[in-house]
Design a protein around this ligand. Structure first.
Ligand SMILES: *[C@@H]1O[C@H](CO)[C@@H](O)[C@H](O)[C@H]1NC(C)=O
Ligand SMILES: *[C@@H]1O[C@H](CO)[C@@H](O)[C@H](O)[C@H]1NC(C)=O
Ligand SMILES: *[C@@H]1O[C@H](CO)[C@@H](O)[C@H](O)[C@H]1NC(C)=O
Ligand SMILES: *[C@@H]1O[C@H](CO)[C@@H](O)[C@H](O)[C@H]1NC(C)=O
Ligand SMILES: *[C@@H]1O[C@H](CO)[C@@H](O)[C@H](O)[C@H]1NC(C)=O
Ligand SMILES: *[C@@H]1O[C@H](CO)[C@@H](O)[C@H](O)[C@H]1NC(C)=O
Ligand SMILES: CC(=O)N[C@H]1CO[C@H](CO)[C@@H](O)[C@@H]1O
Length: 829
């Protein structure tokens, strides 16, 4: 069907510009985005507001500004804002308007990616599950039911922002907005309806009259006036689909996400800086880090499926909001350099010179100033060459920026800022005992396990999304099977077989636990198969299916099945003879959720708790008992450092602090053994997320962020729902802080050292010359400055929160080293 045609209303857009006193005009051509008449180089970073807390936002945004960003980008997360149709939530860390105002107060711009499909490793890509259950709906295509809902939500968000005058056209911080998201990657699967849908999206967006440009990412056929933008590890080869569209990179992946059972991906500061410098060398004008702060998937917001609760992403700010050094600092220096040459980059004449062996020079020339980029994309060979009469050396896989085309101002492979080693410290709150004291209670599942009682029934197996409507990770599937002595399937060697799509199955037969199984990341279709003893007469089969976030990516991702699609079979064997009985069409009874979750065992509300308080018991604390609830109290660690809870010893479940969910936990799931290397990661060569990984063979995620704002000063409550069985005796609270700081700075730079607000306590190593090794194992080289480097550092830094050192022979004395000298330092915080 043809989507409704919306006529572009230019007069309405003009009205916006004219009617507002502080209106800021945002326009663009093929070379730059122009804001208030100024042609800009724009550096932006993604911070997703629900992945931190409103209390954390000002500090995160301040650090982003100090890191040299111009703008903060966020998606808008439909499912959490509209958890039930036309019932909205914009409280706490869902207060989008407060977030945008915090960005504005810091003097930064905002990029609002409404989507409302967001991908983002967020459950169901940000779609509410009720949307999937609307009669006649088809998601992300030309379908009236879907388009009506998408337009309704988009309009709601736009109107909320307009009401608070948050668009630049109204004097607010929002300079760009996005509709849809990476649709070009999947569009072909939707045929002609896909093309009709994306045209409708463009018209619908334009009809919102926001007075700033709209973008579409990964959409090579984006209809005008949508600006098509690039997402990826590198975007230097990207060209927009219109000569008047500026070259924009909306997602430069600063690292990668982590899955249960997966290793920790890292992207080096050198490679990330290289990708950014190459992007600007090749005419880029807007670049956004995905993520600048990744944060935490609180509650059940993690998608994937199988994405961990931590969404650290190895971003420049770590999960807790600490500077991830040297990444943050190395990029800050790059941003400062790029901003200093904004004029030449956005107006200069461009000349490209191919110097051979994958070395390229680019000159941006204006009458007053020229800026040069020397890019060496050769992944193995450093390049030494003469350019404009001067000799330069550019290390492999790096870019040098010469702000005046004469002197190297920045090279992406030369990291001159400190790296910080983060440590976990024990909770030193006063009178906090050595170990926590626990109470417990069982999950009450008798109705399901021994009686098979549910709420609804059907003669088929249903999809978990259809039954649970997003309300819970848990769904019971229960049926009974009557076996007569002469039933052909009957034998004393029988098997229960269940085809599952995810992601965990616990099976019970006749009230007894039979076994559990779970999927491996990326392969969510598996078959549960166990020998089973059935009785003559009635047998009860109870299956507890558990989802760990819903699919968020791919063509028709919304239709990927969850739970038990079947078949569910029993097989009997007599000698060579096999008889299969298919139970899929039996009468199945269903129960959504678990008793303890439905009855809020995790709540600290006395009204809810008084009814149940008596049932928490301290006697006979069980370990390795499945479906158990544990509860303890603790004191918040002193100070302001971020707090984590170490859930070592537990199996899998969900954790709440003072009634607020800090997310799913699964420390018993160890990361795969493969892929880690003891060698330092080589930043050279094209990056992907399998390169530079750590944490092999260790718990995928052992520490869980407890935001300071979730805690009270006095007594706090931690409740765990343990699904598999575990031992809570090792659980403890810790703070995250800088343990030591290292640097390996080049001559003629100023090195700044800091311990994030704590004084520097000692200098472990310092040598100016050609020091060897890396942080933690530095050693003196063959030459060294004549002054005592350790004493110089001690004088300048010990006892101070930060110190600056001029890295030169002037400070450290003359050396017999050759031309390139470095200062290696390790200080203890
Ligand atoms: C969204 O739909 C509701 C009815 O379900 C309607 O009352 C409301 O006006 C719609 N909002 C917009 C912005 O269209
Ligand atoms: C990299 O440089 C080496 C040595 O200069 C050269 O042999 C090789 O062809 C270069 N590789 C590329 C891809 O340009
Ligand atoms: C830029 O290019 C134009 C057209 O080729 C030329 O007239 C102008 O002189 C150039 N400017 C500089 C600074 O090179
Ligand atoms: C049950 O059947 C399986 C598959 O045919 C066979 O491997 C196994 O030995 C049998 N067990 C018994 C106890 O007969
Ligand atoms: C059950 O799962 C197995 C393994 O994935 C697959 O080969 C088989 O086709 C599935 N059966 C059905 C009916 O989907
Ligand atoms: C915990 O219980 C399961 C199943 O009852 C058993 O397989 C496992 O070995 C037990 N683990 C420990 C550490 O006792
Ligand atoms: C430019 C680029 O790397 N684009 C990639 C963006 O991400 C999708 C999904 O991972 C890839 O298919 C694209 O190639």
């Amino acid at each position: 069907m043809a989507p409704p045609k919306v006529v572009l209303s230019l007069s309405a857009i003009l009205f916006f510009f004219l009617s507002s006193a502080h209106a800021v005009e945002v326009s663009h051509d093929g070379r730059a985005i122009t804001i208030d008449g100024k042609r800009r180089v724009l550096l932006s970073g993604s911070i997703h507001y629900p992945r931190s807390t409103a209390e954390m936002w000002p500090d995160l945004i301040k650090k982003a500004k100090e890191g040299g960003l111009d703008a903060i980008e966020t998606y808008v997360f439909w499912d959490v804002h509209e958890p039930a149709r036309r019932q909205y939530d914009f409280n706490g860390n869902l207060d989008l308007i407060r977030f945008l105002k915090t960005v504005q107060d810091a003097g930064l711009y905002a990029v609002l990616r409404i989507g409302p499909y967001v991908c983002a490793e967020w459950t169901y890509g940000g779609f509410p599950v009720w949307l999937h259950n609307l009669p006649g709906v088809k998601l992300r295509t030309a379908n009236d039911v879907f388009m009506n809902e998408m337009k309704n939500f988009t309009t709601l968000i736009v109107n909320m922002a307009k009401q608070e005058s948050l668009f630049a056209s109204q004097g607010g911080p929002i300079i760009l907005a996005q509709i849809e998201n990476e649709y070009g990657n999947v569009m072909s699967a939707y045929g002609d309806a896909g093309k009709a849908y994306i045209d409708w999206c463009a018209n619908m967006a334009v009809s919102q009259d926001i007075g700033v440009p709209w973008i579409m990412c990964q959409q090579s056929d984006a209809p005008q006036p949508m600006i098509n933008t690039c997402n990826g590890w590198y975007c230097d080869q990207f060209t927009p689909n219109n000569p008047d569209s500026p070259k924009m990179w909306t997602e430069n992946w600063t690292g990668w996400f982590k899955s249960w059972g997966g290793v920790d991906p890292h992207r080096t500061a050198e490679d990330l800086a290289f990708s950014v410098a190459r992007f600007f060398q090749t005419g880029g004008t807007f670049q956004n880090y995905y993520m600048y702060h990744g944060g935490t998937n609180f509650g059940r917001t993690a998608g994937g499926p199988y994405i961990t609760t931590s969404y650290d992403y190895d971003a420049p700010l770590d999960e807790y909001g600490n500077l991830n050094q040297p990444k943050w600092g190395h990029l800050k220096e790059l941003h400062d350099m790029l901003h200093s040459v904004e004029g030449t980059l956005t107006t200069g004449n461009i000349t490209n010179v191919d110097l051979g062996n994958s070395v390229y020079a680019t000159v941006y020339a204006t009458p007053g100033q020229s800026t040069c980029f020397l890019g060496n994309t050769n992944s193995t060979s450093d390049a030494t060459f003469v350019f404009q009469g001067k000799q330069f050396t550019v290390p492999a896989w790096s870019v040098s920026i010469l702000p005046d085309c004469q002197n190297e101002g920045y090279n992406t492979a030369k990291v001159n800022v400190q790296s910080s080693v983060m440590v976990m410290e024990p909770n030193e709150a006063e009178s906090e005992p050595e170990s926590l004291s626990w109470t417990w209670r069982p999950e009450i599942a008798d109705d399901q396990v021994t009686l098979g009682k549910g709420r609804v029934a059907a003669h088929r197996l249903v999809d978990q999304k259809d039954a649970a409507n997003g309300a819970s990770d848990y769904l019971w599937y229960m049926t009974s099977v009557n076996l007569k002595d002469d039933d052909p399937v009957w034998s004393d060697n029988m098997t229960l077989r269940v085809n599952c799509t995810g992601q965990i199955l616990h099976a019970y037969v006749n009230g007894n636990y039979l076994g559990s199984q779970w999927a491996l990341y990326g392969n969510f279709h598996y078959v549960f198969e166990k020998n089973v003893k059935l009785n003559p007469g009635k047998n009860l089969i109870s299956l507890l299916s558990v989802t760990i976030g819903l699919q968020n990516y791919g063509p028709m991702f919304d239709l990927v099945q969850n739970g038990v699609p079947g078949p569910v079979e029993i097989e009997g064997r007599k000698g060579d003879e096999r008889v299969i009985k298919d139970l899929s069409g039996h009468l199945w009874s269903y129960k959504v959720g678990l008793h303890g979750i439905n009855h809020k065992f995790f709540s600290i509300d006395p009204a809810l708790d008084s009814a149940s308080a008596s049932k928490w018991q301290s006697k006979d604390l069980p370990t390795n008992r499945s479906l158990s609830w544990y509860k303890t109290t603790f004191k918040a660690p002193l100070g302001t450092d971020p707090v984590v809870v170490d859930l070592q010893g537990l199996g899998k479940g969900e954790a709440w602090v003072n009634g607020k969910s800090i997310g799913r936990y699964w420390p018993s799931y160890e990361a795969s053994l493969d892929g880690c290397s003891t060698d330092p990661c080589d930043y050279r060569g094209a990056y992907d997320n399998t390169k530079c990984v750590t944490n092999c063979g260790r718990p995928t995620q052992r520490w869980y962020h407890v935001p300071r704002s979730f805690m009270e000063e006095d007594v706090n409550t931690l409740v765990l729902f343990e699904e598999f069985g575990g031992n809570p005796s090792l659980v403890n609270f810790q703070t995250v802080t800088v343990g030591s700081a290292c640097a390996n700075a080049h001559e003629k730079k100023t090195l700044k050292l800091a311990c994030q607000g704590r004084p520097i306590s000692a200098v472990k190593f310092a040598s100016f010359g050609d020091p060897q090794g890396s942080c933690g194992s530095f050693a003196k080289g063959s030459c060294e400055g004549s002054n005592d480097a350790v004493a110089i550092l001690q004088n300048a830094c010990v006892g101070k929160e930060s110190c600056s050192i001029d890295v030169s022979e002037k400070t450290f004395g003359s050396t017999t080293c050759g031309s390139t000298k470095r200062l290696a330092v390790e200080v203890t915080c």
